[in-house]
Design a protein around this ligand. Structure first.
Ligand SMILES: C[S@@+](CC[C@H](N)C(=O)[O-])C[C@H]1O[C@@H](n2cnc3c(N)ncnc32)[C@H](O)[C@@H]1O
Length: 390
């Protein structure tokens, strides 16, 4: 995680523009005044820098809002040092030029890109949990006229594949750093020709974290075009049985099953399992139905005048649970010059979102962006409005 230890710094004049960074406001934790957040924007990406004055004076990126690629954080931290004339004690931040390939990040899209304008102009394939990206890149090179969306939650894998995309000048892959189970709710109906789930983590001890579930398969069937395929490849016999039963419990499906099938490219995991002479199972679901269009017109606006300082202090530190979800009011901050800021976790227990809520005199907005337009998040948003009213 990029960070800089500072010996001393002078007070920052904010709002300010320094280098590539725009610093908009400072907010101070109402329970720990030595912790502050600075709202920052670099290359149109909005995020917070976290400032701690104790036990050491430190600046680093805030975990919830940290942007990708990481060179944006490096730029912002260096610009903050310039802004405050700070003396640097130690740092792991390097100049942006060192990670030049990451600047070519056209392939990495924020999830909001898909909610605003889902690409539908080409044959579409989705790979879930692409890991080292061998299969994703191989497929994209084999099918230059199709578009491949790769979904991953592991940042180092994403950065590794971004590097390959840049080196090999691949222009038909988009990557998204998001939970694939939620992402599926955002995909329009009947537009995907193939979904690949290769060697998903079996999560024997945490089944709720598995990608394959009834809800996931329902969404997969909805987004697949007629004759479109969902391809599950696994080395875990137990996961294979679990997936088979889940597939069969749904409705009449067309299913192909293979054991130790060879495919054109083998992933890092596959190589490992083959060396250990483990069996590899394929379950291929073929969709035979046309699905109705997807209704996803949820709105995350707030009513005016929610800046009620007394109510916000009452909520600070509390967790509210209700059917279908929860809201944890984690930390309250006071914004210099007026307004408040809440750090929240909310959503379903299995797939919570972590974000901030900014209260200005008249308007209330999510930061750095609205929750993703899933059904559960919309329910939680309604509940949040009720709680803020008190
Ligand atoms: C065992 S690895 C397999 C990687 C690759 N498919 C291969 O065959 O080498 C599973 C990958 O799935 C990713 N993953 C797990 N749960 C996920 C989810 N809900 N959404 C997206 N990716 C996920 C993990 O980060 C990990 O990289």
């Amino acid at each position: 995680m990029p960070h800089i230890h500072l010996q001393e710094r002078s007070a920052a004049h904010i709002p300010s523009q320094v280098g590539r960074s725009r610093f908009d406001f400072i907010a101070t934790n109402v329970n720990h005044v030595q912790e502050q957040l600075i709202a920052t924007e670099v290359a149109q990406k909005k995020f917070f820098i976290l400032l701690k004055d104790a036990p050491k004076r430190l600046i680093k990126s805030d975990k919830i809002t940290r942007p990708s690629p990481t060179y944006l954080i490096h730029s912002a931290l260096l610009d903050y040092v310039t802004l405050t004339n700070a003396k640097v004690l130690s740092s792991n931040v390097h100049t942006a030029e060192k990670s030049i390939h990451l600047q070519e990040d056209h392939a990495l899209k924020p999830v909001a890109f898909f909610t605003e304008n889902f690409p539908t102009d080409r044959e579409l394939h989705i790979e879930i949990g692409f890991g080292s990206g061998r299969h994703l890149i191989h497929q994209a090179l084999q099918h230059p006229n199709a578009l491949f969306i790769g979904i991953e939650i592991h940042r180092p894998s994403i950065e590794q594949v971004l590097k390959q995309i840049s080196i090999q000048h691949i222009d038909n892959i988009l990557l998204v750093d998001y939970d694939a189970r939620l992402f599926m709710e955002l995909v329009p109906s009947n537009i995907v020709s193939n979904i690949y789930v290769h060697f998903p983590v079996p999560w024997d001890k945490k089944p709720h974290r598995r990608v394959i579930s009834k809800a996931f398969i329902e969404e997969a069937i909805r987004v697949l075009s007629c004759n479109g395929q969902l391809e599950l490849r696994t080395d875990s016999e137990r996961y294979y049985h679990y997936a088979y039963e889940t597939f069969m419990s749904l409705r009449q499906l067309s299913l192909e099953i293979h054991k130790n099938r060879s495919i054109a490219v083998s992933s890092k995991y596959e190589d490992r399992w083959r060396l250990m002479e483990k069996n590899i199972y394929d379950l291929i679901l073929i969709n035979t139905e046309e699905s109705p269009p997807h209704q996803n017109n949820v709105c995350f606006d707030f009513p005016e005048n929610l800046l009620n300082t007394v109510r916000l202090h009452e909520l600070n530190g509390n967790t509210i649970t209700f059917e279908g979800g929860f809201i944890h009011f984690e930390r309250l901050y006071a914004i210099e010059g007026g307004g408040m800021l809440f750090r929240l976790s909310l959503g379903s227990f299995e797939r919570p979102e972590h974000l901030y809520l900014i209260f200005k005199e008249k308007e209330t907005i999510y930061f750095p962006q609205e929750p993703i337009a899933t059904r559960t998040n919309y329910k939680v948003h309604q509940q949040l409005i009720k709680e803020l009213h008190g």
